[in-house]
Design a protein around this ligand. Structure first.
Ligand SMILES: Cc1cc2nc3c(=O)[nH]c(=O)nc-3n(C[C@H](O)[C@H](O)[C@H](O)COP(=O)(O)OP(=O)(O)OC[C@H]3O[C@@H](n4cnc5c(N)ncnc54)[C@H](O)[C@@H]3O)c2cc1C
Length: 306
């Protein structure tokens, strides 16, 4: 199956309201935006479950949702498809993630045209991770080495897109120098990115230090904070190892104490993420992006409590 399952008829309402661009939305929004991230499911049952999740999240009035881009194969077409369906059939503004992995410029150009034709106006432009088994990222012949190159390509090719870029409060895992990493982030803004979405973090102090340092070097784009409510101890440990984000010790101890009790882990995850969000809102964050892992419970509880 190469395409996203159609949205159930009783969910399909209308197309998303203007502005379709996320940078314009953030500029016009009187309060920090809330957004939700999903990944394209593998099969029809997964799509049906995801649409139920979106239906439960819809009353929270997200400013936008984003759809991740996979490592290869049919999942990639699903990103384009799903981003279009969410925006045009469910009526929520969407952002399509796009990576440089395995793509030539011509292929990227064709994907951008597909997104544009589907009405999607927002692209989160990423380099992507090295394929499994490789430690270093090797650019495809005729492709891009860094996200900044992809961003420059998109901006030059079609200035109608709002380009979002990733930021790393604790530094990107392969960049040992945080100052350098921030300079690379500034290069993404200079190339045309107008919104930054961060990797998840569990310690707000890391985010504030990152935001302060970014502003000092001239990064003016809104910085949307990435929040991932913990739902499983093994899962978060795996993601932390891949991303380089740190779990504060008291949180880790509390989670490990109830490791085999999913309900208790979920409650701790929600309480911690809620505290993070309350503090971020008090400190004037531009927006909060929830890594939902295609589930609704934690995000609904947190947003309802906010
Ligand atoms: C919000 C968010 C969403 C994501 N969504 C996806 C997704 O959908 N699919 C997916 O596969 N991955 C996704 N990722 C993961 C991302 O692809 C990886 O973290 C990847 O390793 C880096 O991508 P990037 O766009 O941040 O790369 P870049 O910004 O290109 O940076 C990659 C590394 O190169 C360094 N660098 C940048 N420019 C230069 C330069 N000129 N010279 C030397 N070094 C340089 C940076 O410091 C960094 O260490 C996401 C990450 C975030 C934070």
């Amino acid at each position: 199956m190469n395409a996203a399952l159609p949205v159930p008829k009783d969910m399909a309402t209308a197309t998303a309201p203007p502005p379709l661009r996320v940078d314009e939305l953030i500029a016009q929004s009187p309060t920090p935006t809330r957004s939700f991230e999903f990944f394209p499911p593998k099969d029809d049952a997964g799509f049906a479950a995801l649409y139920r999740t979106i239906d439960r999240l819809r009353p929270l009035a997200p400013g936008y949702v984003s759809v991740t881009y996979g490592a290869g194969g049919s999942t990639r077409q699903k990103t384009v498809d799903l981003a279009g369906r969410i925006q045009n059939e469910i009526g929520i503004r969407s952002v399509a993630h796009l990576t440089c992995v395995g793509h030539t410029k011509d292929e990227i150009g064709a994907i951008l045209d597909g997104l544009w034709d589907a009405g999607v106006r927002n692209v989160l432009a990423l380099r992507g991770d090295p394929p499994k088994g490789q430690s270093d990222f090797v650019p495809t012949d005729g492709g891009f080495a860094y996200a900044s190159e992809l961003i420059a390509f998109i901006a030059e090719r079609n200035s109608g897109f709002c380009i979002l870029a990733s930021g790393y409060p604790e530094g990107h895992i392969h960049c040992l120098n945080r100052v350098r990493d921030l300079e690379h982030l500034k290069a993404k803004q200079d190339a045309g990115a107008s919104v930054i979405v961060t990797q998840f973090f569990f310690d707000n102090a890391e985010f504030y230090a990152f935001r302060g340092a970014a502003r000092k070097i001239g990064i003016t784009a809104p910085i949307v904070a990435g929040i991932m409510p913990v739902v499983s101890v093994a899962g978060v440990k795996r993601m932390v190892a891949l991303s380089g984000a740190r779990i504060p010790n008291p949180l880790l101890v509390a989670l490990e104490n109830v490791e085999n009790d999913n309900d208790a882990v979920g409650k701790i995850g929600i309480a911690h993420a809620l505290e993070q969000c309350q503090d971020l809102l008090a400190q004037g964050v531009d927006g909060i992006h929830f890594y939902t892992l295609n589930r609704s419970r934690a995000t609904v509880e947190i947003c309802s409590a906010l």
